[in-house]
Write a protein that binds this ligand. Structure first.
Ligand code: ZN
Length: 452
């Protein structure tokens, strides 16, 4: 039977998302329990017995399970309840009113990621309402705290209530928005994330009078050397499996890119020059690929000095470093220190702000083939590709504990993709009702096929 658009859920999912947006879960402080309660009560009307687990007062996550026969591995439908702040003065609508107009649901979280929570809740409800004979459990978890790193949400659940939430397969945010290409849409499935190494360096010196620079040891000058050294560092290029597949899948759908992508694939050592060339005609794409081929180290904060005529004895800077899956953040940190040997290690001190390794799931699984099969059946000329994101999601907690985890919130662009990306965490965040129905139709079909 061809895949049906589930138009009959249009009103229900619109209402559900609008109501969920009206519960303000800006993190900090989060206050996700109220949203967790709303979802729990909603599911209870259909006979589910959801559970709310709080990591601290008000920091609730909701979990619900639909039992299967045990013949297949369990699947977790994951999303988060918290959102980032929104400044109402910048918006054309109240970001927490759940406004529905001109075919859109507006509000903070519509796109990241309450819209996906709605798709997952509707999927769970439809599996039950349609009496689908599941061969494994389908578990729903909408969690707290993702926007601040997830330790109080997904991280907490895996640490303290693992048996209730852990599944061998996980579907989460991070991918799914089609990228239009010459011969059709390419649907990305997020399979990998870079690791994070945020660190602070303090440079010390000796103070002195600004009019006699040689009598002092200027900490700003030392920090300048640090930034120059780290900026000149040319990390080795490495293509993780996800990037290799991305380059070959996108080239299949867009023959214009085939030449430069096959050169990239064949010559990892020349990737910088090839990307520089590509940037001349397609800067956005080149700069999207570049950080996915190597470690990046970016200075993001600097402080030093107190007065016009005092040579400062202290200067500190913060760096945002990202490593590829498979590279160790510990080893990267040691390497960074070794690069700075000549700057005077006795005058530098290092502090780690946050660190964790990258992660990657293979595409060689029945879940990936199911997702790909459903998309290609629905949209025969489309492509499907794994993607590596430079930022992270809660998927890392699950990949670190052995789950196969895919970022897949199916959507079709209803305005240019760069405009859409701006709305995420930006102004007038919104999602089309059409995308809510489309997303649920694809998502439901993929889950149903995978679990039966
Ligand atoms: Zn998110």
């Amino acid at each position: 039977m061809p895949i049906q658009m589930l138009n009959e859920i249009e009103q229900e999912i619109t209402r559900f998302l609008s109501d969920l947006i009206r519960i303000n879960t800006t993190n900090p402080p989060g206050n996700e329990t109220q949203a967790a309660n709303f979802i729990a009560q909603y599911l209870a009307k259909d006979g589910f017995k959801p559970e709310i687990i709080e990591s601290a007062s008000g920091r609730g996550s909701v979990i619900s399970r639909l039992k299967g026969s045990g013949e297949k591995p369990n699947l977790l439908l994951l999303s988060h309840l918290d959102v980032v702040a929104a400044n109402p003065a910048e918006w054309t609508v109240d970001p927490f009113a759940g406004t529905v107009k001109e075919g859109y649901v507006y509000g903070r979280g519509a796109y990241d990621i309450k819209g996906m929570t709605a798709v997952e809740v509707l999927t769970l409800l439809l599996l039950k309402r349609n009496n689908i004979p599941l061969k494994g459990d389908v578990v729903l978890a909408a969690t707290a705290d993702e926007e601040k790193g997830g330790e109080e949400g997904a991280g907490y659940l895996l640490k303290h209530q693992k048996e209730k939430v852990w599944c061998p397969y996980v579907l989460n945010e991070g991918g799914g928005l089609a990228i239009p290409q010459k011969q059709g849409n390419v649907y990305p499935v997020q399979t990998a994330e870079k690791g994070i190494l945020w660190f602070k360096i303090k440079a010390k010196g000796t103070p002195g009078h600004g009019s006699t620079p040689n009598t002092a040891d200027n900490a700003i000058v030392r920090m300048n050397k640090v930034i120059t050294k780290l900026g000149e560092y040319q990390p080795e290029t490495m293509y993780v499996p996800t990037l290799r597949q991305f380059l070959s899948e996108v080239a299949k759908i867009n023959p214009d890119l085939e030449a430069s992508f096959s050169r990239l694939l064949g010559n990892p050592k020349q990737s910088e020059q090839i990307l520089d060339e590509l940037a001349k005609t397609n800067k956005a794409l080149a700069e999207e690929i570049r950080p996915r081929t190597k470690t990046t180290i970016t200075p993001t904060i600097i402080h030093g000095g107190v007065k016009e005529n005092i040579i400062p004895s202290e200067c500190e800077a913060v760096f945002d470093c990202r490593v590829l899956p498979g590279q160790s953040v510990d080893e990267t940190f040691s390497l960074i220190k070794s690069l700075l040997k000549d700057v005077g290690m006795d005058k530098l001190s290092f502090e780690i702000i946050q660190m964790h390794d990258g992660n990657e799931s293979t595409t060689q699984t029945p879940l990936y083939s199911t997702i790909s099969g459903v998309l290609k059946e629905f949209e025969p000329n489309c492509g499907v590709t794994p993607t590596l994101t430079t930022g992270g999601t809660d998927s890392r907690f699950f990949r670190e504990t052995g789950s196969v985890c895919y970022g897949f919130h199916p959507m079709r662009p209803d305005e240019p993709n760069d405009e859409l990306e701006k709305r995420m965490h930006g102004i007038d965040e919104r999602i089309t009702i059409e995308n809510l129905v489309f997303g649920t139709s694809i998502f439901y079909e993929a889950v149903k096929r995978f679990m039966t």
